[in-house]
Design a protein. Structure first.
Length: 80
């Protein structure tokens, strides 16, 4: 190719590494620093547990009914 530089592939800027390799090392360093930062920040686990806890179920109120009468629940029959 005309636009390609002809150079010695062994002559690299930093210890024979490719610039793409340096990018991978930089990204790994950023991810590691973020992980360490997340480990070091304080967390309020009580507030987190209270926020994620399910809401208490509402209390069932007795419905006024006639004494001796039982309510019946009807279910749809399964088709075979």
């Amino acid at each position: 190719m005309i636009l390609r530089k002809k150079g010695d592939p062994e002559k690299r800027h930093i210890f024979g590494t490719h610039p793409g390799d340096l990018g991978i090392v930089a990204i790994a360093a950023v991810i590691t620093m973020v992980f360490v930062y997340l480990l070091l920040i304080p967390k309020n686990f009580d507030a987190l547990d209270r926020a994620l806890a399910p809401a208490p179920a509402p209390k069932l109120q007795a419905q006024p009914s006639t004494p001796g009468v039982t309510q019946m629940q009807l279910y749809e029959a399964k088709k075979k």
